[in-house]
Design a binder for this molecule. Sequence first.
Ligand code: SF4
Length: 118
Amino acid sequence: MHPLAYEHLKRVLADGKVIGSDDTCDYYPCHFTGQDCTWCFCPFYPCAVLQTGGEWVKMKTGGFIWSCSNCLWIHRPEVAAALMHEFIKLGIDSVETLQKRTEELPVILLRLKYQAEK
Ligand code: SF4
């Protein structure tokens, strides 16, 4: 995990509450006005779920990388809050725990997507 992602997720998971819109950030709004910035460093990365808006993009070197540029989903306030609620419910309250339980993340993502679309 990138050190910036580690530090961000460490703080967010320890706080156990969503950040909301962080208009102190130089990059805000990187997706849309009113976005929730809690999962700026997405714990699902790279999710490889096209329904999020993410996509594989070709690099100059020829390989592919997962791009989150068009993913608005994780920044919707209700989704950000639902994910925080889910992590608290499941006892995922630190980066270390998150890293030990990565196999659960695809199921969590799909459950949240399904709930959001009901
Ligand atoms: S596409 Fe969205 S949900 Fe998937 S890893 Fe990127 S930010 Fe997270």
